[in-house]
Design a binder for this molecule. Structure first.
Ligand code: PLP
Length: 384
């Protein structure tokens, strides 16, 4: 038989699948899976039923329904004073995952280098490889997951096309401040690079943290491609509605790829999200307070168990240092916790290509019901 594609030669089952399978086998509480184990916004479910009843059930225009593109454009304008023309600069995708794939496929030529800041969301490297590009890792150094400017600049070569920035950041929970984004923006401008800004957790920021979209920095709107996700914003990850906001030429090529990969995205879901986005100002405070109380509870309990780390100010993840607890690597400790303590987490070394900093941490997801979090803490306390 002929061989399968060499592009996929070093692809493996994602770490999330592996951990979830083990969690099931060992009946472990699953804090590895990066999504809520409770339902999302109730009013959104009513809206989608209504949209189906109203007959929004055939193929949508391939780049998204006019209502949704308009509402996405409106919220970028209202919240961030960013102008995106819904006709030419907003494109609807099957979640942010498809958006990331489209951007990389549409912009990458074979051999182009794409800088990924590690630890990274794992679909970046996979999409870079599928597009024929070369991932170039630059490490965000623990404990504050900061980037060293010289290290980032040294990674840039004439072949560099893009830097992928994820803010708020999965898995660390870091919310980038304006100066940090400005440093990356200055390098992008100096070396004429695109920035793919993955902002799917834009509303999940706590305490005094403020989300600064990369495109709002002076001169950055045209070279920034912003990706976000209604699945994250409404706590309905299974809806898989995302978007790309980019300049007209980048949008045009992303739409070309989308046209042949998925063609169009679920119509009633898009129409419901369009209505839902009109209600963002009323909806967001309650959404944030639910997640903030989960974060506060889980962080306090982890501290009581003797895990010492700074409280993350964004997303629903915590990178918890394990070296005080064990000499084992992240992978071995994660396996031990699943088997012996019935708690599943993600070993973050899977999110690094270069540094071994990930082997000293575990990623916990606190987007879980109170009883799930309590059960995990009770199980972990037997380890302390
Ligand atoms: C950083 C980041 N980007 C993108 C995604 C994918 O979002 P979606 O579910 O909209 O495809 C995730 C999901 O976990 C994520 O954590």
């Amino acid at each position: 038989m002929k061989s399968t594609s060499l592009k996929l030669a070093d692809f493996k089952d994602s770490i999330f699948g592996v951990i979830s399978r083990l969690a099931r086998d060992h009946q472990a509480v699953n804090l590895g899976q990066g999504f809520p184990d409770f339902d999302g916004a109730e009013f959104m479910k009513d809206l989608v039923t209504q949209k189906m009843a109203e007959g929004h059930n055939q193929y949508a225009p391939f780049h998204g329904t006019p209502n949704l593109r308009t509402e996405v454009s409106n919220y970028y304008k209202n919240l961030y004073q960013l102008d995106y023309d819904p006709e030419t600069q907003v494109s609807i995708t099957v979640g942010a995952t498809e958006a990331i794939y489209l951007v990389l496929t549409a912009l990458t030529n074979p051999g182009d280098e794409i800088i990924v800041l590690e630890p990274f969301y794992d679909s970046y490297v996979a999409s870079i490889k599928m597009s024929g590009g070369v991932p170039v890792p630059v490490t965000m150094h623990a404990p504050d997951f900061s980037i060293d400017k010289a290290e980032l600049e040294n990674a840039i070569t004439p072949r560099t096309k893009m830097i992928i920035l994820n803010n708020p950041h999965n898995p660390s929970g870091k919310v980038w401040n304006r100066d940090e984004i400005q440093m990356v923006a200055d390098l992008a401008e100096k070396h004429d690079l695109f920035i793919l800004s993955d902002e799917v957790y834009e509303f999940l920021v706590f305490d005094d943290a403020k989300h600064v979209p990369t495109a709002t920095l002076a001169g950055m709107k045209d070279r920034t491609i912003t990706v976000s996700s209604a699945g994250k914003t409404f706590g309905l990850t299974g809806w898989k509605i995302g978007w790309i906001c980019a300049n007209p030429e980048v949008s045009r090529v992303c739409r070309l790829v989308h046209q042949y990969v998925t063609f169009s995205v679920s119509t009633p879901m898009q129409e419901a999200v369009a209505e839902g986005l009109k209600q963002l100002p009323q909806y967001i405070p309650g959404f944030v307070s639910v997640y903030k109380s989960k974060r506060d509870f889980f962080y306090a309990e982890m501290k009581k168990l003797g895990f010492e780390f700074a409280c993350p100010r964004g997303t629903y993840f915590m990178m918890v240092p394990i070296s005080e607890k064990t000499k084992l690597s992240d992978v071995d400790y994660a396996m031990k916790l699943i088997k012996e303590r019935k708690v599943a987490t993600v070993p973050p070394s899977a999110f690094y290509l270069k540094s071994n900093e990930g082997s000293k941490y575990l990623r916990f997801c606190f987007a879980k019901k109170e009883e799930t979090l309590k059960e995990a803490i009770a199980n972990l306390s037997l380890e302390a």
